[in-house]
Design a protein around this ligand. Structure first.
Ligand code: XMP
Length: 515
């Protein structure tokens, strides 16, 4: 195991991710970790980057005992400054300019194991402070045009420092560098895989929850909550209580399908609550998207709390003290990264607030994972393939795909149109080429003609995008024949629709959803 000491950089978790890609197991702990309290001995230690400056008052510093472990140490960015600071304070200076962006690295010491097999490559720099000189007993390993000390190593002990971030994808050979450190230098074993993750995570859950503790969690039918619930079920069986709140805003036939899959297929202890009327009543006449989200979020919390209170713990006298959330790593970065005040474009956190209200302790078994890893995990754990590869669906559901007020008749139209669109996408065999697709119901009427009759009905807008991270997206280039089929079917089969249009706007400037 490699120990990563986290100094708070927004990239820290990526180090774990990259090492996992090389099948090396790594554990990340806060930089304040006392070495004497570790119950295991790491094969090597990585010090992460940080938004702080090493010489600023109150900045975090590593437990000096780390240097007595006698294992290799790699400092990344702030980690490099920290190494210099602890060895030779004079070598670090505050820089008024931030260096930010790509740079070409030139390796000076070709025999250095850290750069074994990699010499010229592009690195990603993001730092303020830099070294003003070489710390005592260190030598230069590599440099860039602006950073003569882009990589340094100790001449007396197995210590390396690099100014750039090997963990981000812009550093082209970063993964190989981390692998060199972990495997060639630290001699860490390379037998980690998703199955180990499952075993470790199940053990971890059992330790946290204890022999009698009970956990509740909301499931939505999406891959994240399903995988999290399945892990819980494997770890503590019936002591995990899943709740599916039917808000009346899910896709056509979705609630019974999800119920079947989770209960019958995966054996999860699930309660389905039909709260659709309560949601619809609260949403009556509401058009503003952010108000819709707020109402749905608040109603969800109220329903969930009410229903959770009704659940009888399986162990008789115990009580439910834990809440499961299927938070993924990207959600974690979003909430902890130091970006300064950024403007809310849309509030995506549907269940924020649940925790403060319920005084429950949070369990997040997926918080280290990225979406593709969760999908791998899902496949390994026997979750149906279709569920694992499902397009994401927003928490507020179809309510933000019905522009204008949400009513039962509008929901019916939006659902049917969406169902046809997705059905045709699957039939055409392109579902997995598309990141997300759905139909939106617009609050405008347009004139049409059907048979000999004049019609005056609503418009459906189809949206389909391709994206890696949902931050930017391109619209999907369907064949015209495909669009023709979908359009014909929707107008013929869905009463209330007279016209179908296809949204050809990328993100930015548009967003994925229409609201
Ligand atoms: P936008 O519309 O922000 O969407 O470009 C990016 C991704 O986020 C989803 N989305 C939401 N998910 N609650 C959610 O759980 C929300 O309120 C919400 N709004 C957008 C959207 O479906 C897309 O995948």
């Amino acid at each position: 195991t490699i120990l990563i000491l986290d100094f708070g950089s927004q990239y820290s978790h990526l180090i774990t991710r990259r090492l996992r890609e090389c099948h090396v197991y790594a554990e990340m702990l806060p930089c304040t970790q006392k070495i004497k309290d570790l119950t295991w001995k790491p094969k090597g230690v990585i010090l992460s980057g940080s938004p702080f400056s090493v010489y600023a008052e109150g900045s975090p510093h590593v437990d000096p005992a780390v240097f007595d472990l006698g294992v290799p140490i790699l400092g990344i960015c702030y980690g490099l400054q920290e190494l210099a600071w602890t060895h030779d304070r004079g070598a670090v200076t505050e820089s008024s300019e931030r260096e930010y962006g790509k740079a070409e690295i030139v390796v000076h010491d070709a025999k250095n194991l850290l750069f074994d097999g990699i010499d010229h490559f592009q690195v990603w720099m993001s730092h303020g402070d830099k070294l003003s000189g070489l710390p005592k007993d260190f030598a230069i390993t590599a440099s860039t045009e602006n950073s003569p000390f882009a990589a340094i190593h100790s001449t007396t002990s197995p210590i390396w420092g690099i100014q750039f971030h090997p963990e981000v994808s812009h550093t082209t050979k970063g993964t190989q560098l981390l692998e060199n450190f972990a495997v060639k230098i630290c001699k860490a074993s390379t037998n980690w895989n998703m199955r180990n993750f499952i075993d470790t995570e199940i053990e971890r859950i059992r330790t946290i929850v204890g022999p009698t503790g009970e956990v509740i969690g909301a499931v939505s039918g999406g891959v994240d909550s399903t995988v999290a619930a399945k892990l819980m079920k494997e770890a503590i069986g019936e002591r995990f209580h899943a709740i599916l709140v039917d808000n009346g805003l899910m896709r056509l036939n979705e609630v019974p399908t999800v119920k079947d899959t989770l209960q019958k297929g995966l054996g999860i202890n699930l309660t389905v609550i039909d709260a659709s009327e309560e949601f619809l009543t609260n949403l009556k006449d509401i058009s503003d998207p952010e108000r819709k989200r707020k109402i749905i979020g608040n109603t969800f919390i109220r329903v969930f709390e009410r229903e959770a209170a009704k659940i009888t713990p399986k162990n008789g006298d115990g009580e439910i003290e834990f809440l499961l959330q299927g938070t993924l790593y990207p959600d974690v970065i979003e909430s902890i990264s130091f970006k300064g005040p950024s403007q809310t474009i849309k509030t995506h956190h549907n269940v924020g607030g649940l925790l403060e209200d319920m005084k429950l302790k949070l369990i997040e078994p997926l918080r280290e994972l990225f979406k593709d890893e969760v999908r791998d995990l899902g496949e390994i754990m026997g979750i149906p393939h279709d569920l694992v590869w499902r397009h994401p669906f927003p928490g507020p559901g179809i309510a933000i795909r019905i522009l204008g007020p949400v009513s039962p008749s509008q929901i019916e139209i939006a659902r049917k149109a969406d169902y046809i669109f997705i059905e045709e996408i699957k039939k055409a065999g392109i579902y997995n080429n598309i990141s997300q697709a759905f139909a939106c119901l617009l609050p405008v009427k347009s004139v049409g003609v059907m048979g000999d009759q004049r019609t005056y009905e609503q418009v459906i807008a189809l949206r389909a995008i391709e994206t890696k991270d949902f931050m930017t997206a391109d619209w999907y280039e369907f064949d015209f024949e495909f669009l023709k089929t979908v359009s014909r079917r929707i107008v013929n089969e869905v009463r209330g629709v007279a016209r179908v249009v296809y949204d050809i706007t990328s993100k930015p400037p548009a967003t994925v959803e229409w609201e």
